[in-house]
Design a protein around this ligand. Sequence first.
Ligand code: FAD
Length: 486
Amino acid sequence: MATALVWFRQDLRMADNPALCAACECINTCDDSGTKNEIIPLYIYDTSLEEQASLGGASKWWLHHALNDLAARFDNKLIVRAGKPLDVIQSLCKDYDIDAVYWNRMYESWARERDSEIKKTLKSNGIEAKSYNGSLLWEPMDVLKNDGTPYKVFTPYYRKGCLRRASPRYPLPEPKFTLFHTLKSEADSAISRLNLLPNIPWDDTIKNVWQVGENAAKNKLKNFIGSAIQAYTDARNLPAVKGTSQLSPYLHFGQISPHQIWYAVHDAFGGDVSQQGVDTYLSEIGWREFSYYLLYHFPQMPHQNFNAKFNKVTWRNSESDFKAWIRGKTGVPIVDAGMRELWQTGYMHNRVRMIVGSYLVKNLLIDWRRGERWFWDCLLDADTASNAASWQWVAGSGADAAPYFRIFNPILQGEKFDKQGEYVMQFCPELSKLPQKYIHKPWEASDDVLAAAGVTLGKHYPKPLVDLKLSRQRALDAFAAMKEEA
Ligand code: FAD
C-alpha cells in the first residue's frame, strides 16, 4: 500500500498539474497487493504568514470559491486545514502513514524558505518529498546571461534567454485516477471555517462579474483565442473594450497554467504565432514570467526600490490625497473610473492601472508601496511578483522601468484610449451627460455646460485634487533632486 499527499497551493487545478501527476505515478507504480493505494489532496491556509504575505480581501474571496471548485472536482475529498504547513503535514503524515508528499513550487522568498524546511524535515523522517514546476514556462534559475548573472531587461530576457531555449513542456493531461482517500468528507465545512468571505457583503458586483473555476478559466481562454486575440495589440489598450483575456486571477491561483495558455495559442495557430496580436499576447505571458524571474533573483523587490537611487526620493504621503485616490475621488475622471472599477469588480484594466499608478506616484508624490498594498488588498489577481514589478515599473524604480521623467498625462491618456468616454461614463455615471470633449476634463467646461449636464464640481463630482501641470513639475523636481544627490 502507498499513500501520497498532494499539497495544493497556487495550483488549484486538476489538469496540467505535475505534482498531482507525480503522485498518481507514485501510487500506480507501487506494489498493489490488493490493499489501498491512495492520494490525499490537501490545501493548507497558512496562518503563520507575516502581514506582508497574508492574503488581501479580494484574494480571500477568490480563494474561497477556488477551493470549493477544487473540492468538488475531488468529489469533496479535498482536505482543508488552517495552520503552520509543517505542523499540518507532519500530523497528517503520522495519522495516515504517508509515504510521499508532492507539491508545485512557489517563488516568493518566504515560500522557498518554508518549503525547503518542510522538505528537509520530511526527508529526515524517511518520507519522500518532491517539488515540481507547475506555474512557469521557464524557471528563473535556468535562465541566465552568458556571464552567469540574471537579466534585468525584459526583451533580451524573453527573446534571447527564454525563446531560444528548449520549448516549455506540453501540458499534462488531467489524471483519470480516482483512488482518492476515503477519509471523512470535510471540504465543505472546512472551507467555510476559513472565513474567507467578507462580513460586509461588498462582493455583490464581483459575484456577477466573475465565475471562479478551472472550467471557467478554460472557457475564457477558448473564447479569447476564438475572438479577441488577433486584435489584441491595439484593443488591449482600450479599457471600454473586452480586448484582453482576463485570465490573471485564474493564473495567479493556478486554475490555469501558462503552459495550457501557451500551447492552446500555438495549437490554434498551427504553431505560427508570429502574427501581431498573438505574438504580443504571448509576450505579455512573458512579462508575467519576467516578474517571477525578478522576484526570484531579487527577493527584496516587493519591499525595496530595485534602483537604490529612489531611496532618496522624499515622498509627500498625504493621507487625504491617498484616501481620495482609493475612493476614486481625485477629480480626474480616468483615474477615478479606474479606482472605482477596482473596488466594484476586483479588477482594473492594465492601461488604467498604469494611469492610476503614475498619478499616485508622480502627481500625488505618494510612495509606490502604498499603491502596491492597496492593489494587494483589492485585486482578485493580486500577485506578489506581478504587482511589485509593475508598481516599480510605473514608479521608475524597477528593472527595465519607465524612465522617472515619463509622467502620464491622464487627460491625454483618457482622450487617446477612452475616446468616447465610455469607460469613464460606466464607472463615473455622474459625468455621463457631459459633452464628450469635457468627459476627461470636466473642470474646463463652462458653468452652463456643467449645469446642463447636471454636474456641480465639488458637489456631484470632485474638483481636481491637484493641478496636473504643477504636480508634474513637483514630481520632476523631487526625482531630479534624487539624481543630483546620487
Ligand atoms: P492580458 O492582457 O490578457 O494578459 C495575459 C496575461 O499576461 C495576464 O493574465 C497576466 O498574467 C500576464 N500579464 C499581462 N500584462 C502583464 C504585466 N504588465 N506584468 C505581468 N504580467 C502581465 N498583474 C497581475 O497578475 N497581478 C497583479 O497584482 C498586478 N498588478 C499590477 C499593478 C500595476 C500598477 C500594473 C500597471 C499592472 C499590474 N499587473 C498585475 C499586470 C497587468 O495589469 C495584469 O496582469 C493584466 O491587466 C491582467 O489582465 P488580463 O488577464 O486581461 O491580461
